[in-house]
Design a protein around this ligand. Structure first.
Ligand SMILES: *[C@@H]1O[C@H](CO)[C@@H](O)[C@H](O)[C@H]1NC(C)=O
Length: 313
């Protein structure tokens, strides 16, 4: 029966990403807003990476991981924003099916790696606070490299498996995707073949890629917080907490927005609201992350001040 359906309908070769509607007066405004966001995101993250690379004092695992996260954030927004900006400018909202799957592929790899890097960072904070005597031995440059490489390689593998299946789908229900980039669930709704296996596979991979890191992060933070609460002096407590507060804020922002987009929505959640929350975690978090860890870490502020002084003089 499925086969007959496929034969009746001609497969679609391109989609229309409905994005933020087609009101002509809004396009220029949206273009400018997202252009500013994109420029701020890319330059903020490049600046942060430059600080981490240039300043010897920031050559510790925590900043290496943050620097890697910043590199990743630049790629992450670049999978979505340039295409969106072009469509505001030209009014052309079509994207080929292949292009859409490729966008989904890169988006998947990058968000999964981001997740794993944040988990690696909680492991780093866990060792620093709960196991300070062995921290230097357990968290050296080599381990740091292995964590970073492990995050990239495993995300690449998981997403490649899903995408091999994705490339075999045909789409024929409708051309319209009511979103501003090619995300998993809006795309799978348009497929005209049976997607049950693919949905099950993605579910399993999402559990491995998201839920397991989430549990590891949660466990690390439970240990961190109980250790901090046991520190007798309040100055000591504050000092220990300040080394992980920026990471905790970044985690909270990420998990809250991702939960609102992927877990909580019901059939009658307005589409507009879902798009706004998607903007939050795809576009706004990469922009504010470098700001959060620059403002909350004394070393970064210090390093920034030194760099500015050097530039001025
Ligand atoms: C990324 O992590 C590696 C491994 O620790 C480190 O050597 C490298 O400098 C980091 N890159 C940035 C930009 O921070």
């Amino acid at each position: 029966m499925e086969k007959a359906e496929v034969r009746n309908q001609t497969p679609i070769v391109e989609f229309i990403l409905l994005g933020f509607g087609n009101v002509p007066e809004l396009q220029t405004l949206l273009f400018l807003v997202f252009l500013v966001i994109y420029i701020v995101t890319v330059s903020g993250n490049i600046l942060f990476v430059a600080l981490v690379v240039a300043d010897q004092q920031l050559h510790i695992p925590m900043y290496f991981l943050l620097g890697n996260l910043s590199c990743l954030e630049i790629c992450y927004t670049s999978t979505i924003l340039p295409r969106l900006l072009a469509s505001f400018l030209t009014g052309d909202r079509t994207i080929s099916v292949k292009g859409c799957i490729v966008q989904l592929y890169f988006f998947g790899i990058l968000s999964n790696t981001e997740n794993l890097l944040l988990t690696a960072m909680s492991y780093d904070r866990y060792l620093a606070i709960c196991n300070p005597l062995r921290y230097a031995a357990l968290m050296n440059g080599r381990v740091c490299w292995q964590l970073v490489a492990g995050a990239w390689i495993s995300s690449l593998l998981l997403c490649t498996i899903v995408n091999i299946f994705f490339f075999q789908l045909t789409f024929c229900d409708s051309k319209e995707i009511d979103h501003f980039f090619c995300d998993f669930s809006p795309m799978i709704k348009l497929s005209c073949v049976d997607t049950q296996t693919l949905e099950l596979l993605t579910f399993i991979i999402a559990v491995i890629g998201t839920f397991v890191p989430f549990l590891l992060t949660l466990t690390s933070y439970i240990c961190i917080i109980t250790t901090i609460l046991r520190i007798p002096s309040s100055i000591g407590r504050q000092k220990a907490f300040s080394t992980c507060s920026s990471h905790l804020i970044v985690l909270a922002v990420l998990y809250v927005t991702v939960l609102t987009v992927y877990v909580i929505p019901t059939a009658n959640t307005p589409k507009v609201l879902q798009k706004i929350f998607s903007v939050f975690y795809t576009v706004l978090t990469p922009m504010i992350n470098p700001v959060i860890y620059s403002l909350r870490n004394k070393e970064v502020k210090e390093s920034l001040r030194k760099a500015i002084l050097k530039l001025v003089s």
